[in-house]
Design a binder for this molecule. Sequence first.
Ligand code: WTA
Length: 703
Amino acid sequence: MTNNPDFEVSESQIAVHWREEDYYQPPPSFVAQANAADPAIFDRFAQDKFPECFTEYADLLTWDERWHTILDTADPPFWKWFVGGKLNASYNCVDRHAQATGDKTAIIWVPELETDEPVRISYSELHRQVNEFAAVLRDAAGLKAGDRVTLHLPMVPELAVTMLACARLGVVHSQVFGGFSGNACGTRIADSGSRVLITMDGYYRAGSLTDHKVKADEALEQAARQGQDVDKVLVWRRHPGKYASQTPMAQGRDFFVDELLAEHVGAIVEPVSMPAEAPLFLMYTSGTTGSPKGAQHSTGGYLSYVAGTSKYYQDIHPDDVYWCMADIGWITGHSYIVYGPLALGTTTVIYEGVPNYPDGGRPWRIAEQLGVGIFHTSPTAIRLLRKVGHEEPAKYNYHFKHMTTVGEPIEPEVWRWYYTNVGKAQAAIVDTWWQTETGGFLGSTLPALQPMKPGSCGPGVLGIYPVIYDEDRNEVPAGSGHAGNICIRNPWPGIMQTVWGQPERFIDVYYRKYNADPDSKDWRDWPYFAGDGALEAADGYFRILGRVDDVINVAGHRLGTKELESAALTVDEVAEAAAVPVIDDIRGRIVEMYVSVKPGADPAGVDQKVSKAIEVEIGKIARPKNVWVVADMPKTRSGKIMRRVIASVSNFADIGDVTTLANPEVVETIRQHVQRAKVAKGELPRELTAAEYEEIAKYGAAE
Ligand code: WTA
């Protein structure tokens, strides 16, 4: 990067344009009740206390057997945490609370239709449901510890019940985001080697009952094409006893869960005591190239880490009503709707629907009705609610003491609306930076002890020591005004164990770049490469600029460029495809596709076919804003598509130097065609910030 003149320019632009924001102090009322209010905590997690410091997190759990080794580094970078320890995640999230405070509400489920009352599930009721479903998994589906099972479930309490029932048996769950297509689900079934799929007939979204079961049939066909047969499909019914899907149930293969449960009423399944290192779940995530990667998370390390960070960063107390308005189909929901909050025995809210159904006041009505004190969501949701209901929060009588933003960079103006309008200037906010791979938070302020700064996540969290490296492995110092690659110096208990079935890929993607000596057994030689660009201010706060690889973060959801492009290539007429990000005021980034057609093929209607193909292969979430059919793509002499050039066109940014292209003349034709069409559609450009400009100018450089 340092040798690249484009990058030099944008670096200095960041230095000039990046305005330091003012600090906001947490309200005294928050500080007075915070779990971490004594600065002595920083000493307990100081660098010289590593790795023992993390036993403070592990001690939040109930262990069947205590570990003999906190951190085993014998096989870098496959770190092992709490080795020798045994525990069960379901026991920790359910049984121990059911025994102590059985009547307390574990989950409040809010159906999307406002006419339907919220459903409260106590810890003892959760215990009953998890046990009965675990009996179904064991007896009807034949699952046992170590087996993988794919879940393709919407935002219903049955999803949490399913995860916890799997965990009870030591079965490794792999939940695929409900909005993903059947094909996307099928690919993940095949990769994980699941013989059982757990799904639901339908669910409410934006006011209508969707047919979700249809995706199960597509998923099974896709998995079979990839060599994986599925024996059983367990179908929860959104309204038990009443099938909501048009899709037939396959005899001997598909089973209604409510019918199976009827045979296991009152069943008790002893939690299986699992080694700390046993995998708890897989969560697939997209990267630069190739198929999605199954991030494998451990039982002991992961659960300790999400419990600890939920306690100190989400500031969850057992008597809180905590609402993370994210989808359990993403890592945020696994860690901070299900495992973290339930490990701490609090009340966690699960909302079925979209934030603005039926209007932009819905979240605030839910907060008022349920007495939510801690609220957690994404910049995309905040931008949307700000747009559709700027003044709505003031109409409702709720009180948030703590709020979170996660998943994408948040613009300081949007942060201020969140703070002032949503939080009514009475809540502490944390901006938590982390990833599917990292299990839990990496960067955030500790809410009672470190002031907030809009647009920055804050310093590394307790026990996490980030560093910014340039391309030549030099440290980029704090306050230099230069961006680089953010890495974590040390291992931590929440880090994924490996990429499911692909240990070499795990090393290549996350460690190869900054590991100087592959034979070293010292963890200090193995910094974790997060794949994000970042800037460290003089005060040690990080500002995350976004992905350095070609991942497009749409509304907080990572979409791999290659996946989008291969979906487009399933359209017969398409010869070449390129996906680029476009800056969007609500969703952060949206996808635009460029395609060229095969010689002799008819370009008419190809744009719609490509859109449809992406919807089918990946899901509606990935649907491109525009598909541009072009005669030829701008290419290097070696034939590589120059994504930065078309990304600049789509974003009305400077196109930069194109003289080294094999076909520089096509650029102007594409620019005129695309930009005129966009202006005609009213997709008018706004001026990009320096960071956005840099992202676009660098787009595709990682290849
Ligand atoms: C981005 C979501 C800025 C980042 C938890 C990261 C963020 C990717 C933030 C991971 C934040 C996440 N500020 N950017 N607070 N949090 N990101 O795996 O680019 O779905 O690498 O995990 O989201 O997305 P993932």
